[in-house]
Design a protein around this ligand. Structure first.
Ligand code: NAD
Length: 491
C-alpha cells in the first residue's frame, strides 16, 4: 500500500453539495440504478434522492474492506493517524455546508443544535486518532516475559440511527480505523446524506477499500450483520434491533458493540438548587427534541418543591420555540420522521385517554405538513404509565414527585434500560452516593450530559453491550493476544 498520500501535501477537492449522491465502495463514489427520497422533517418535501444499494453493492463493499485490511493493519498507528488528521481537515474546511445539510435532513436547528453536533464531532476525530493502545508486559523475569498485545479484528460493520447522523459516522469509524480495521458503514435510511458527503471526502483521503459507505433500507443492515467476512458489528439504535443484531452475530461469533435505547432518570435530590437546575434539566430532557438516547426521560423531583418546579419548567419551556430548523429563531426542530411522529401521536393519545395532568403541550397539530410535536410535560403520571415506562424519543417528559431517597433510587432503577442518569444536589458526596446506586453506564452530577473524549460510553441492562470511546472503546475493536516468550530456549 502506498502511504505517501498522507505524508505529502495533498489537495482535497471540496465536495459539491449540490451534486448527486453515490455510495462509497473500494475508493470510488458510485451511482446506483435506484434511489430513494430523503425528506425535510420540517415540511416532508423531498430534499434529495439517496442511492438505494443492493445486496451486490454490500458484497462489493465488504469484499473491498476485506482486501484492504492487511495493508491498512500493517501501517503504524502514526501513519493511520496521519490519514485521519487529513480527513478531519477536509471535514473542517466544509463544516458550514455540513451543518446546513445536517439541519435539512435531520430537522435540528441549524444555528444551535446542528452547529453543536458538528463542532462536537470534528475535534473529537484528531483527539481520538492520537490514542494508542499499548502492549502490556504482564510478567517478566530472567526466564520469560508475558505480554498482552492487541491486534485489529478485520472488517468492522457500523450501523447508525437518525438522531445524530453526522456525529455517529465519525464516532463509529474513527476508533475502528485507528486500531487498524477497515469499515463498512450503513447509515439510517432517514438520514443518509451527511454520511454520503463525508464519504466523498473519505474517498480522497483513505486507500481504496479502507472506508466504505452503503445506503439503503434496513435489510442492508441485516446483510451486513450476517456477512461471514465481517468481523465486528458496532451498532447504535433501538434495543429491538440490537437484539436481532446480537442474534445474527452469534452465527459467526462476531464481536458486537451495542449502544441501545435508554429511559434515563433525572433525580433532583431534596437539597438540589432546583431553580438553577430548571434550564439545565430542560435541555437535558428536550435537547434534539428529546431524540437522544441519553436524554432525561423521567424527571424525579422531591415533593417539597415538586409543584414549584413544575411551574418553573412550564414557564421556561414557554420561552422555547419549536420550528423549522433553518429558521434562526427555532430552539427545537421537528421530529425526524413520520414513523417516530406516529409513535408519538399514539403515546399522546394514551396520555389523553388516561387523563393524566398535562400542564404544557399535549396536543399535536396534525394539519402541519412537518413532523412538529409540541414541548409536552406530564405531571405525576403513575409509574406504570407508558410515558414513564417507554422511551418516547420525542419532546414529552413526565415529572414525578417522590418522598425519600431510597424510594427514588428504587423507582429510577425500575427499568429494563440503564444507559444514563443525571443527579442534582448541593451535597456532592450525597449525590455521588446516589450515582453509585443507579444501574446505568453513565451518570452526570449537577449538569447536562457531556462526552469527554477519553471516557468510555455504554449502557447497562438492555441499553447495550460493550463500550465505545476511551481505551476500553478502542480495545473493543481488537483481539487480545497473550504472548509468552521463553528467554532461554531448551538446548
Ligand atoms: P433502529 O434500531 O430502528 O435503526 C438503527 C439502524 O439499524 C438503522 O440504520 C436501520 O436501518 C438499521 N436496522 C434496522 N433493522 C435492522 C436489522 N434487522 N439488522 C441490521 N440493521 C438494522 O433505531 P432508530 O430508530 O434509527 O434510532 C433510535 C434508537 O436509537 C433509540 O432507541 C435510541 O435510544 C437509540 N440510540 C442509542 C444511542 C446510544 O448510544 N445508546 C444513541 C443514539 C440512539
Amino acid at each position: 500500500m502506498d502511504v505517501s498520500i498522507a505524508e505529502e501535501e495533498t489537495t482535497i477537492r471540496p465536495v459539491d453539495f449540490s451534486g448527486p449522491y453515490g455510495v462509497l465502495i473500494d475508493g470510488a463514489v458510485v451511482a446506483t440504478d435506484e434511489a430513494f427520497d430523503v425528506l425535510n422533517p420540517a415540511d416532508n418535501e423531498v430534499i434529495a434522492r439517496a442511492p438505494l444499494a443492493t445486496t451486490d453493492h454490500m458484497e462489493q463493499a465488504v469484499g473491498a474492506a476485506k482486501r484492504a485490511f492487511p495493508a491498512w493493519a500493517k501501517l503504524t498507528a502514526d501513519q493511520r493517524e496521519a490519514y485521519i488528521v487529513e480527513f478531519f481537515e477536509a471535514l473542517e474546511a466544509q463544516k458550514e455546508d455540513f451543518i446546513t445539510l445536517l439541519s435539512l435532513e435531520q430537522g435540528k436547528p441549524r444555528y444551535s443544535q446542528a452547529d453543536f453536533e458538528v463542532n462536537l464531532a470534528n475535534p473529537w476525530v484528531p483527539e481520538t486518532a492520537k490514542s494508542r493502545l499499548k502492549d502490556v508486559v504482564l510478567e517478566e523475569d530472567d526466564d520469560r516475559r508475558v505480554e498482552l498485545r492487541r491486534t485489529p479484528l478485520g472488517v468492522v460493520g457500523a450501523i447508525i440511527p437518525w438522531n445524530y447522523p453526522y456525529l455517529h459516522v465519525l464516532w463509529k469509524t474513527v476508533p475502528a480505523l485507528i486500531t487498524g480495521n477497515t469499515v463498512v458503514l450503513k447509515p439510517s435510511p432517514y438520514t443518509p446524506l451527511c454520511a454520503l458527503r463525508i464519504g466523498e471526502l473519505a474517498a480522497q483521503v483513505f486507500p481504496a477499500g479502507v472506508f466504505n459507505i452503503v445506503t439503503g433500507g434496513n435489510e442492508l443492515g441485516q446483510v451486513l450483520t450476517e456477512h461471514p467476512d465481517v468481523d465486528m458489528i458496532t451498532f447504535t439504535g433501538s434495543t429491538a434491533t440490537g437484539a436481532k443484531i446480537m442474534a445474527a452475530c452469534a452465527r459467526s461469533i462476531k464481536r458486537v458493540t451495542l449502544e441501545l435505547g435508554g429511559n434515563d432518570p433525572a433525580i433532583l435530590l431534596p437539597d438540589a438548587d432546583w431553580r438553577d437546575a430548571v434550564p439545565k434539566v430542560f435541555w437535558a430532557a428536550f435537547g434534539n427534541s428529546g431524540q437522544w438516547c441519553i436524554a432525561a426521560k423521567r424527571i424525579y423531583v422531591h415533593r417539597s418543591f415538586h409543584a414549584d418546579f413544575v411551574n418553573a419548567m412550564v414557564e421556561y419551556a414557554k420561552t422555547q420555540k419549536v420550528g423549522d430548523g433553518m429558521d434562526p429563531s427555532s430552539d427545537l426542530g421537528p421530529v425526524n420522521n413520520r414513523m417516530q411522529y406516529d409513535k408519538l401521536r399514539d403515546l399522546f393519545a394514551d396520555i389523553k385517554k388516561n387523563e393524566y395532568s398535562v400542564p404544557l403541550g399535549g396536543i399535536i397539530d396534525e394539519t402541519h405538513a412537518g413532523n412538529f410535536v409540541p414541548i409536552t410535560l406530564v405531571d405525576n403520571p403513575p409509574d406504570d404509565s407508558r410515558v414513564v415506562q417507554e422511551e418516547p424519543f420525542g419532546p414529552v417528559v413526565p415529572i414525578l414527585a417522590y418522598d425519600d431517597v431510597d424510594e427514588v433510587v428504587e423507582r429510577a432503577n425500575d427499568s429494563v434500560f440503564g444507559l444514563g442518569a443525571t443527579v442534582w444536589g448541593r451535597d456532592l458526596q450525597g449525590a455521588l452516593d446516589v450515582a453509585d446506586r443507579i444501574a446505568s453506564g453513565n451518570v452526570w452530577i449537577n449538569g447536562g450530559q457531556s462526552h469527554p473524549t477519553n471516557a468510555p460510553f455504554g449502557g447497562h441492562k438492555q441499553s447495550g453491550l460493550s463500550v465505545e470511546h476511551g481505551d476500553e472503546g478502542l480495545a473493543s475493536h481488537t483481539n487480545n493476544k497473550t504472548v509468552v516468550i521463553l528467554k532461554r530456549p531448551a538446548s
